[in-house]
Structure formats: structure tokens, C-alpha cells
Design a protein around this ligand. Structure first.
Ligand code: G3I
Length: 318
């Protein structure tokens, strides 16, 4: 049977990849499939490069989890996407409850991005420097960064990251920007503003956390609009959840949905690759967040491929 990364590369993409997380590495059967670079040419650490994991106390950096992911990927000749530098979630308490001024938080963001991206210099294909900056209506998310620094936090993080690793592609990554609408428009406005001011930006990540039967029909349109701004795009966190229990009909719709997402990326030259947010239902984030929902990944909890896998192959083969 065809292999997902092999077909992605045959279609001209840089990779088909998966997120993973360090605790999963003790699962030998899981690790064997993750390590097969005919399936996955790229890995994203699901948690271990986030701020709470890498700078739990101000100025004290711990890279062991991220290092293990990079070392696994390099051993398997797989690319790594760094995830992430600046996000409102999974922050250590010294960030969320510090009494910041514009100047002190600027220095903290600079130091975090600079130290994190420097540590992995040369190891990372692309970095989610800014994660989830917008609300669904396209306004800026109210968080410690925006509330203290305004939109300037984006500049600070991107400039620090570029200096730290000039060869890494710097991305802004968000969800609910995969179809046309206010949030996608906000992302376009931000990226064109950054470009006009010479702030480094190389890519837009479309996360792709979808619901079976509700995948946007305008993914290709949005990708073309983003690419027209002079950046690359990628699907960075794809999964397509359903209300449980799984039925044959839902699994068939899920196959169609996966195929449609992959087909959109395949049709846009500036879409460099697709990453699924872990490959197996065994380790999906969905059930713990959305009660009664799950089965979002292309491999089931027993590591058996579902119809969705064939949808992925078909999408890259179109
Ligand atoms: O590390 C602690 C552990 O010490 C503790 O015992 C355990 C008990 O709950 O929690 C552990 O932390 C969990 C962490 O994952 C590591 O496993 C958190 O509770 C849990 O909330 C966290 O979930 C992660 C989630 O981001 C947090 O927002 C998911 O694994 C991760 O897949 C998910 O990924 C995000 C992307 O970064 C951004 N886009 C959305 C995506 C899905 O939510």
C-alpha cells in the first residue's frame, strides 16, 4: 500500500508529518510507525517545546523533552516543526501572573524566543513563533502579551527568532482560519502589515482541527490568498473529530473530509506540507477536551489504518 510521506513528496510537497509527545515514546509499537519516514517525513512536538516546558522559571531553561523529539526525528531523517514560542496557553505562572510593563515583558519575550530558537538552531524546518493570536471574530485575543504590549509582541518575537536561527521558516499559526471569514481576513491583514514594515514572516500555519462533515469548502481559496502575500502555508495540526460512537458512515465521511483537505494543499504550490495532530486515536487530544467526541485521527487506537488514511493517499495522488 502507498505510504503517506512518499506520496506527499511525489506530489512535490516537503513532507507529510505527525505531532507526537514524549510520554508516547515508551510505546514501542507506536514509535515504530512514527519512526517510519515513508509514513512521516516530519515531526512536531505536541507539548515539549512550549513555554511552560522550556522556561518554567524566568531565565531557567529546560530542553530535555524537545531535545528528545529532535534527536528521534534526526535519527529517522525527519524534519521538525518547532511549536511554539508565544502562546496564551501553557504558560508558566511567572508569565501569567507577573506584574509586567511593556519594557519588562518585551525583554522576557525577547529572551524566551531568542534562547529557545537559538538552542535548536539548524534543527528546525519551521517554527510556530506566534500561536493563536486571534479570537474567532478576527479581533486580537486578550492575553498577557496583547494586554501589555499591544500587537508589538508579534514584532518582538519574530525579530528575535530570525536573529536566533536565520534559516528557520517563521510562522504564525492559528485555527478557524482555514475557510474564508473574519479570522482569515485578520490573519491576512496582520501578515501584509508585517511584510510592509519589513518584520520577518515566512509562513502561515492553518491548524485544521475539523469536525466530520463540517470541513470548510474554501481551504484552497484561503491558501491562495495567503500565498499571494508572499508566504508559504502548511496544514499544521490536522484532525477531524466525530461524535462517538464511530459508524461506517462517519468513517466514510471522515475519509472524504481528509481527502478534501489534502487535495486543497496539493492544489496550491505554496502549501509545503501537512501535519496531523498525532496519527493515532490512542493519543489524540480530542476526547479529553470535547466530551463524547473523538476518533479524529487516521489510525485507530489499535494503530490500524482507518478509511481516512486512504483519503490522505487519494488527496496527494489527485
Ligand atoms: O504535564 C501535565 C502533567 O504533569 C499532569 O499530571 C497532567 C494531568 O492533567 O497534565 C499534564 O499536562 C497536560 C499536557 O497536555 C501534557 O500532557 C495538560 O493537562 C493538557 O491540557 C495538555 O494538553 C495539550 C493542549 O495542547 C493544551 O492546550 C495537548 O496535549 C496538545 O495536543 C494541545 O495542542 C494544541 C496546540 O498546541 C495548539 N493548537 C491546538 C492544539 C490542541 O488543543
Amino acid at each position: 500500500t502507498a505510504k503517506s510521506n512518499t506520496v506527499a513528496q511525489a506530489a512535490g510537497k516537503k513532507y507529510f508529518g505527525s505531532a507526537t509527545d514524549n510520554p508516547e515514546f515508551t510505546d514501542a509499537a507506536y514509535l515504530a510507525i512514527l519512526s517510519d519516514n515513508t509514513y512521516f517525513g516530519q515531526i512536531t512536538p505536541g507539548n515539549s517545546m512550549k513555554w511552560d516546558a522550556t522556561e518554567p522559571e524566568q531565565g531557567t531553561f529546560t530542553f530535555s523533552g524537545g531535545d528528545a523529539v529532535v534527536s528521534l526525528a534526526q535519527g529517522n531523517s525527519q524534519l521538525v516543526r518547532g511549536h511554539n514560542c508565544v502562546w496564551y496557553n501553557q504558560l508558566p505562572s511567572w508569565v501569567t501572573s507577573g506584574s509586567w510593563t511593556n519594557a519588562t515583558l518585551t525583554a522576557a519575550v525577547q529572551n524566551h524566543c531568542s534562547t529557545l530558537v537559538s538552542h535548536y538552531k539548524g534543527d528546525i524546518y519551521s517554527w510556530d513563533i506566534i500561536n493563536e493570536p486571534f479570537n474567532d471574530d478576527g479581533t486580537w485575543r486578550s492575553d498577557v502579551f496583547y494586554n501589555t504590549m499591544g500587537t508589538y509582541f508579534v514584532d518582538v518575537a519574530l525579530i528575535a527568532a530570525r536573529a536566533a536561527d536565520p534559516n528557520a521558516k517563521l510562522y504564525i499559526n492559528d485555527y478557524n482560519i482555514e475557510g474564508t471569514g473574519a479570522k482569515a481576513t485578520a490573519m491576512m491583514n496582520l501578515v501584509s502589515n508585517l511584510k510592509s514594515r519589513g518584520i520577518p514572516i515566512d509562513g502561515i500555519g492553518l491548524q485544521g482541527h475539523f469536525i466530520v462533515g463540517e470541513v470548510p469548502t474554501t481551504i484552497q481559496t484561503v491558501m491562495e490568498q495567503f500565498v499571494a502575500l508572499g508566504v508559504e502555508v502548511a496544514i499544521t495540526e490536522l484532525d477531524i473529530r466525530m461524535t462517538l460512537p464511530e459508524t461506517d458512515a462517519l468513517l466514510e465521511q471522515q475519509k472524504t473530509d481528509y481527502q478534501n483537505v489534502i487535495t486543497a494543499c496539493n492544489a496550491v504550490a505554496g502549501c509545503v506540507g501537512v501535519t496531523i495532530w498525532d496519527y493515532t486515536d490512542k493519543y489524540s487530544w480530542v476526547p479529553s477536551t470535547f466530551s463524547g467526541q473523538g476518533a479524529a485521527c487516521p489510525w485507530d487506537a489499535n494503530l490500524i489504518k482507518k478509511p481516512a488514511y486512504d483519503g490522505i493517499i487519494a488527496g496527494f495522488s489527485a
